[in-house]
Ligand binder design. Structure first.
Ligand code: NAD
Length: 332
């Protein structure tokens, strides 16, 4: 019987990269209709492995996959998967950790620079027929070099951002309880405690995973510790920042601006206060995107499924504790 890879949901224009990896191995690709529970259930019932993009894979969905050996998430973040439930069911969960590190780090830097330089404000004024003098902008713009960037979460993307920031003359601070001082220094950052980072940074950029410890890591009390003209950047996961508290801080002039790619609810609700806050740039969860990153993501995710079909462990297992009871009895 052919090995079946069920794609729970996707918004890609084609599945060519997946087909190129999986078809030669005789693996059958089935795209589940995630909007119709009956058809989704029927598809998941035959899944030997699952590729998942956006729909939550919770305990209920996991119960619908009696044969499944592995769930592979299209992306770095795996907060959409109930990893504990998957582990209980003996299913390994894998992600694709490194397909778009440069894209996300550059997107974060771009948001920072665009907000810092008030590009949106000047653009609107010029289109309106205005020609404002630079110094009229409030609060005033200060030279970038010599300012301090605080990076929350010094992993792949945080380190890449630190590497881009240093040549611009930014001092880089980092807060990450799982990173050593030496590793931070190698990335060009000084490791500090969280409060120091918040108090001293002119720019704060979030790069942690989303989990119970990082939900609202940047909330009302933390925002109050920040400098009055500081800028918040978030390209990680929306709920890492309390966006209602952030909007209130921007509205009350307690912060200088924000550049956000991710939101607590996506798409951003029509009545969300961030839609009307000053000096705020919003992008629709696209920090990861380049044609090359997309191709790498899709191919790498399919390669994880191919490994499972060959009886091997995926390259990037996020629940290694599953090994002792995994349905996948891998050779490695
Ligand atoms: P990573 O796993 O390499 O790095 C995450 C870092 O966060 C690690 O160093 C970890 O030690 C640190 N961390 C964990 N808990 C922390 C805490 N409580 N406080 C401070 N630091 C903590 O991940 P990455 O590849 O750098 O990705 C970072 C984030 O970017 C993830 O949330 C991911 O989902 C997100 N992401 C977003 C997009 C996008 O398009 N916007 C694309 C890719 C990744």
């Amino acid at each position: 019987m052919a090995f079946v890879c069920v794609i729970t949901d996707h918004n890609y224009a084609s599945l060519d990269p997946e087909e190129r990896v999986l078809r030669p191995l005789g693996i059958r690709i089935v795209v589940a209709d995630s909007k119709d529970p009956e058809r989704r259930r029927a598809a998941l019932a035959q899944a030997d492995a699952v590729l998942s993009q956006l729909v939550p894979i919770d305990a209920g969905v996991i119960r619908e996959m009696p044969r499944c050996l592995a769930i592979v998430r299209y992306g770095v973040g795996f907060d959409s998967v109930d990893v504990a439930a998957a582990t209980d069911a003996g299913i390994c969960v894998a992600n694709v950790p490194d397909y778009g590190t440069q894209e996300v780090a550059l997107h974060a830097l771009t948001l920072l620079l665009v907000v810092h330089r008030r590009i949106a404000h000047y653009d609107v004024e010029v289109r309106r027929g205005g020609w404002p003098r630079g110094p009229e902008v409030r609060p005033p713009i200060h030279r970038l070099s010599g300012r301090t960037l605080g990076i929350i979460g010094l992993g792949r993307i945080g380190k890449a951002l630190a590497g881009y920031a240093a040549p611009l003359g930014l001092h880089v601070l980092a807060y990450d309880p799982y990173v050593t001082r030496g590793a931070a220094m190698n990335a060009g950052a000084v490791l500090v405690d969280y409060q120091t980072l918040l108090r001293q940074s002119d720019f704060v950029s979030c790069h942690t995973p989303l989990n119970e410890a990082t939900r609202h890591l940047l909330g009302e009390p933390e925002l109050r510790l920040m400098k009055r003209d500081a800028i918040v950047v978030n390209t990680s996961r929306g709920p890492v920042v309390d966006t209602i508290a952030l909007a209130a801080a921007l509205r009350d002039g307690r912060l200088g601006g924000a550049g956000l790619d991710v939101f607590e609810d996506e798409p951003l609700p029509a009545d969300h206060p961030l839609r009307s806050t000053a000096n705020t740039i919003l992008t629709p969860h696209v920090a990861w995107y380049s044609e090359e990153a997309q191709e790498t993501l899709k191919r790498s995710a399919a390669e994880e499924v191919a490994r499972v079909a060959r009886g091997e462990w995926p390259r990037s297992v996020v629940n290694p504790e599953v090994r002792s009871k995994a349905r996948l009895r891998a050779r490695a």
